[in-house]
Design a protein around this ligand. Structure first.
Ligand code: DAH
Length: 360
């Protein structure tokens, strides 16, 4: 806008003021934020604005017109400033409301539907079994999954022609040193041998971990699965200690009414060897129309026995000084029996509808 209004002409002043007023009130009404409002205000009444220039030009007016012109300028300026103040209050209020909305917590949102992670049911069973044995005074031990043939077989009194050594059963690793006989451990039993090599008796350990076998996947086999190994070695451990320990474990894991029975079996590293059955928790051992034990009344649980003296000799223990028992259980099997799971494949399918059923 051309600032130098000829204030000697009062019509010119009136026109200028009217135009400034209309423009400024429109700009103030249209201002969408405080910056736009400030800019509009400065353009109307600031130092370099038409009103600012008009004020500075008052001195050039004859004395008798000066007072009236000044009053008219001030009236318009006051009207613009008060419109701006009102708009400023409105804009501040809008800003505050927007900030509150952006910051709001919607208390009606259902927080329980947020997906949270949890331990896999296999890990839950491992933790639970280990806790039971820790309560009985056992320690946790671990060993490598890539294992030497010595620990997986020889130290465990396994004969050279044992079928488990065949590639049809065990997965071998080939790093160009066949003399290492490197393989993926076929059970957690090698941890027994490693632990006894490194520790003097007495020994009370449980050793959880993965095991590998060259098995085709079906409802009860996976090539990668989990076991928990147990080993107790002391000066006068007897078969009754083995049975009592496993009976206590079964009661804690399956329920206080659980009974156990042992059937003769064969393992290279134990003599005598046995398989442990637990009474079916579903039919309480009656077997009648029971889909868990298929009418047998008993559930096959694990392998066990008294540590063979040859195993003690292989790890540098004196078989005349110590005796011991050992056991090994399949974790997937424990979980399947406990939860009535019909296929081992569910554990590795990673279907959340399955996994969610075990909140832990
Ligand atoms: N290693 C055996 C297997 O994988 C299980 C086993 C049986 C472990 C008897 C033991 C034992 O420690 O004494 O089938």
């Amino acid at each position: 806008m051309e600032p130098t209004s000829n204030l000697t002409d009062s019509m010119d002043l009136a026109e200028t003021l009217q135009k400034v007023r209309v423009d400024a009130l429109a700009a103030i009404a249209a201002a969408v934020d405080l910056e736009a409002l400030d800019a509009g205000l400065a353009a109307a009444v600031g130092r370099e604005s038409p009103i600012g220039l008009a004020r500075r030009g008052l001195g050039t007016l004859p004395q008798e017109e000066r007072k009236d012109a000044g009053r008219r300028i001030n009236e318009v300026a006051a009207e613009i400033e008060s419109a701006a103040s009102a708009r400023r209050i409105e804009l501040r209020e809008q800003q505050r409301t927007a900030a509150i909305e952006a910051d709001a917590i919607d208390v009606t949102v259902d927080y329980r539907t947020l997906p949270t992670g949890r331990l896999h049911v296999i890990q839950q069973v491992i933790d639970e079994v280990c806790d039971i044995f820790i309560g009985l005074g056992y320690h946790i031990a671990e060993g490598p999954e890539a294992e030497l043939g010595w620990y997986n077989f020889d130290a465990l009194n396994t004969p050279p022609d044992h079928p488990g050594r065949l590639e049809s059963d065990t997965m071998y690793l080939d790093y160009g040193r066949p003399e290492d006989d490197l393989l993926l451990r076929a059970h957690t039993s090698p941890i027994q041998a490693r632990y006894m090599e490194d520790h003097d008796p007495p020994v009370y350990i449980v050793a959880p971990g993965r095991a590998y076998r060259n098995d085709t996947i079906d409802a009860s086999h996976l090539p990668v699965f989990h076991q928990i190994e147990g080993l107790a070695v002391d000066e006068s451990i007897e078969f009754s200690d083995l049975k009592g320990t496993l009976a206590e474990f079964a009661r804690q894991f399956f329920g206080s009414d659980t009974r156990v029975r042992m059937r003769p079996h064969y393992f290279p590293f134990t003599e005598p060897s046995a398989e442990l059955d637990v009474s079916c928790f579903n039919c309480e051992g009656t077997g009648s129309a029971c889909r868990v034990c298929k009418g047998v009344g008993w559930l096959e649980m694990l392998g066990c026995g008294m540590v063979d003296p040859n195993v003690f000799a292989a790890v540098g223990y004196d078989p005349d000084q110590v005796t011991g028992f050992a056991f090994g259980m399949g974790v997937e099997r424990l979980a399947m029996v406990r939860h009535g799971i019909d296929s081992i494949r569910h554990f590795v399918d990673n279907d959340v509808r399955f996994l969610e059923q075990f909140p832990g």
